[in-house]
Design a protein around this ligand. Structure first.
Ligand code: FO1
Length: 313
């Protein structure tokens, strides 16, 4: 069975590692948001690709939510001593990832190829692919103007009020060839939308040329896992963003966002009362324990999600 999962951010990386744990090698394709990518100190940083890669390698820092566990910050400290900007922190070991990616890209590799080489270096058995090989930076329209993603997310700590997303040239950008092939794979059994932020992490993937149409005309079941639990987001600014858009913070809002693209939604036990509101949208519901606190809970949710999806076939 081949599963294609869309992911980005912390929630995405957590379910991705659960899916990896319960999938045979070579049967999982992880398509990752690259709208957060940017160049910093000359290095190509792909935060979501790295979060997924580090989580699958069991090297991620769970507490911080990004970067590598046991990280040291000597390079950053040296930069600060030189009077350089330190709002976006790069750990010493993390820098090795960015150095290798940047070198491969400047030698002519595509982001897909650079990611493949990094995954090989981390000894991963599953395919992690960027959503596109073209640069498609997400910008955020806020009450303080149009902000680059990391400027909004890290430098400003998501404090400006969001007016909307600007996915840039996404509609003209092609999905990576690996992603296109993944969507068309004859042995594809299901598509999973990880519990990532729909607006910041999954939205950029959906905006790419032909992706919405490809998902709308899918031949296999697609399910999402709600990133909302009991009226709040597990991590990050999702609840704030939903509220700023005048919507209710609950799984039904997630269901409406993905309507037409999914057949089912996995919601948390705490949100069981929302079942009929979601089913009224024509979306089937699976109620599960969706809080992923450890390896077991990540794998259990992944297994339940895949079983739910394949059961909808
Ligand atoms: N997030 C932060 O909140 N502060 C940082 O200094 C920071 C550095 C960083 C470096 C490399 C990397 O791959 C990710 C990093 N992140 C940092 C996380 C990241 O910017 C965001 O969590 C994602 O873009 C949102 O998914």
């Amino acid at each position: 069975m081949m599963i294609l999962a869309l992911a980005g951010g912390v929630g995405g990386a957590r379910l991705a590692s659960g899916l990896a744990e319960c999938s045979a090698p070579g049967t999982l394709m992880l398509v990752v948001n690259t709208g957060d990518d940017f160049v910093h100190y000359g290095l190509h940083i792909s935060p979501d690709l790295d979060s997924v890669m580090y989580a699958l390698a069991d090297r991620n820092d769970e507490e911080r939510g990004w970067g590598l566990r046991g990280e040291t910050w000597r390079c950053m400290q040296a930069l600060e001593k030189l009077g350089a900007d330190a709002w976006f922190r790069l750990g010493d070991q993390d820098i090795a990832t960015h150095l290798l990616r940047t070198t491969l890209l400047s030698d002519g590799a595509s982001l897909t190829e650079a990611t493949r080489a990094l995954c090989q270096g981390f000894g991963l058995a599953h395919t992690i692919m960027p959503m596109s090989d073209q640069a498609v930076p997400t910008r955020i329209r806020t009450d303080e103007g149009l902000l680059d993603f990391q400027d909004y997310f890290v430098r400003r700590q998501c404090s400006p009020r969001i007016l909307g997303m600007d996915y840039g040239a996404a509609a003209c950008a092609q999905p990576s060839v690996a992603f296109q092939h993944g969507l068309q794979a004859p042995d594809l059994e299901a598509i999973v939308f990880c519990p990532s932020n729909p607006y910041l992490s999954i939205g950029p993937i959906l905006e790419l040329a032909g992706v919405r149409d490809g998902l709308r005309t899918r031949r296999v079941p697609a399910v999402a896992v709600s990133p909302i639990i009991g009226g709040s987001a597990v991590k990050g600014p999702l609840a704030k963003i939903i509220t700023e858009q005048g919507m209710k913070v609950g799984p039904a809002t997630i269901a409406r966002y993905y309507a037409g693209l999914i057949d089912g939604l996995v919601i948390d036990l705490q949100d069981a009362a929302c079942r009929s509101e979601i089913e009224d949208l024509g979306i089937r519901v699976c109620v599960a324990q969706t809080m992923m606190t450890d390896r077991q809970s990540r794998a259990a949710l992944a297994r339940q999600t895949v079983n739910f999806a394949t059961g909808l076939n």
